[in-house]
Design a protein around this ligand. Structure first.
Ligand code: NAD
Length: 253
């Protein structure tokens, strides 16, 4: 059997890039999607994957555009001959207090962070067969906690486990599993953005309140993605797994 192939959205930065590199080490080939309007260089992911001994093609796409997801899923099959896993990782984070939030801001967030996950899985699952797996990236904001000034983000992220649970049941007869990852604070371009998230100082401060004493690394979430799509998790489906260094189980002091 030829080596498995994964579609990873948002693969030019942060967790998505780390997933591409982790897959390279496992011998999984990657079709990575990137949003051209964003400042990340997709060639960097291809370089890191090649350095790790893997194969990766990066393709422009936008999770708000169904046709672009159909195109990247078909391109994965054309380029590599098969598609086994889909990782719905692309996400947007914006700070917006509810009383100042426009319908456009609300709809944009839901469109990327929730409907984008559905579009990714809908396009990919047309090509994925027995033994395949879907993984979505939610967040402790919405998945566990509330987050002031981020109700639209939290609402979108809260919807992701419900979507994945339903697909787990719907696709089980086809031998396809579906799970959700709920990360805590992970150091990436998103969390380092002090306008919309915590920024470097906020992350350093938050790290001290996390039982394991630090924020997470993108590579640690990537390892969980590999586990949840690979054969070692063959009996796990419909689940939501928190990866947060113990942040959400800490007794408040
Ligand atoms: P990131 O900003 O580096 O990655 C997000 C990626 O999504 C970027 O590459 C961006 O270009 C891409 N993207 C945004 N809108 C898109 C669109 N419309 N179409 C295609 N791609 C689009 O940050 P990250 O932390 O690596 O984020 C990855 C995922 O993890 C996101 O879903 C995020 O919400 C989630 N998450 C992150 C943290 C954290 O602490 N960093 C915590 C919980 C959840």
């Amino acid at each position: 059997m030829s080596r498995p192939v994964a579609l990873v959205t948002g693969a030019a930065s942060g967790i998505g890039q780390a997933v591409a590199v982790a897959y390279a080490r496992m011998g999984v080939r990657v079709m990575g999607g990137y949003l051209p309007a964003d400042p990340h260089d997709p060639a960097e992911t291809e370089r890191l994957v090649a350095q790790a001994g893997g194969e990766c093609s990066m393709m422009a796409m936008d999770v708000t555009d169904s046709a672009s997801l159909d195109a990247i899923a078909a391109a994965a099959v054309e380029r590599f001959g098969r598609l086994d896993y889909a990782v719905a990782n692309a996400g947007l984070l914006r700070r917006a207090p509810l009383l100042e939030m426009s319908d456009e801001q609300w709809n944009e967030m839901l469109n990327v962070d929730l409907t984008g996950v559905m579009r990714t899985f809908r396009s990919a699952s047309r090509h994925i067969g027995e033994g395949g797996a879907l993984v979505a990236i939610s967040s402790i904001a919405g998945g566990v906690y509330g987050w002031q000034d981020h109700a639209h983000y939290a609402a979108a992220k809260a919807g992701v486990p419900g979507l994945c649970r339903s697909l787990a049941v719907e696709f089980a007869p086809r031998g396809i599993r579906g799970n959700t990852i709920i990360p805590g604070l992970i150091e990436t371009p998103q969390s380092l953005d002090s306008k919309n998230s915590l920024g470097a100082d906020g992350l350093a401060k938050a790290g001290k309140a996390i039982p394991l004493g630090r924020v997470g690394r993108a590579s640690e979430v990537a390892d969980l993605v590999c586990f949840l799509t690979g054969p070692a998790s063959s009996y796990i489906t419909g689940q939501s797994i928190v990866i947060d260094g113990g942040l959400t189980v800490r007794w408040p002091e």
